[in-house]
Write a protein that binds this ligand. Sequence first.
Ligand code: BG6
Length: 323
Amino acid sequence: MSGELAEGVNSLEKIILREPRGSSAEVYLYGGHVTSWKNEHGEELLFVSSKSFFKPPKPIRGGIPLCFPQFSNLGPLDSHGFARNKFWSIDIDPPALPTTSSSKAYVDLILKPSEEDMKIWPHSYEFRLRVALGPGGDLMLTSRIRNTNCDGKSFTFTFAYHTYFSVSVISEVRVEGLETLDYLDNLQKRERFTEQGDAITFEGPVDKIYLSTPTKIAILDHEKKRTFVVRKDGLPDAVVWNPWDKKAKAMADFGDDEYKYMLCVEAAAIEKPITLKPAANSIPRESSRVVEDPLLWLLYVQVSWIFGWINEIRRAEDIVEQC
Ligand code: BG6
């Protein structure tokens, strides 16, 4: 770890990562939850609700909740599973990551089930999370999940990095990279539809699971002249969520008007749940959903931001790749 341990809201412990050029990130041990990501100008790039409780067992509202081992209510567990409601530990001796990243600002966290937890989800696992800041201020999250069941049983899970992006105002935002894709509409009993050909804009509540999405998705904020680029691996789906006014009012930990200033774009594995066999010796990164003899499953997301109003996702990618 190369961060500093500090006291967060309600005395919850957090780790602050600082990158020499000035960008920073904060990660709470509660939930393994990233709550802040600032660029080198000190501007906050993630949305956290002013009404968030920061009180276990309620999850933090905003930042990057981890949805594991269940996305939403697609199973018997509480919404989005339990990883976001657990206290994680700092992983002092994590196995090396197969990465060439030059990041020096990072922290490794680990979550393992307690006996109590195993009554809710009867599987033994190690969930390792690395949160890193790249030299250009990119935020990178890597999840490695290992099945440590001794009885030889596989387990199956769904997953999402439930990222809340901070936006100037939702009417000025559009998302590129999801055009013409099929999606399941959570607001219409998860019926399957096909998205139209234009970039996605927002005029009302949205809660869609886009399927088989590209590895890069861009969120363009015209007002702020800022583009976020989400790059992902091992996560074929992408959820786009904004509760809009009615649902915002019904949420106790969310301000009535705050829906205007956030947009969730979530890198996810939902439609085809991941089945993980007990640990052996491979690191699969491909789309095969039943993992043979895995030591680790690597789920990776990198978010970057760039200034400038970019018309085409391809241009956005070019710029990020130069960083
Ligand atoms: C999104 C789901 O990922 O999370 C929505 O698609 C859900 O259906 C939203 O309402 C927030 O969930 P929660 O459990 O944090 O209130």
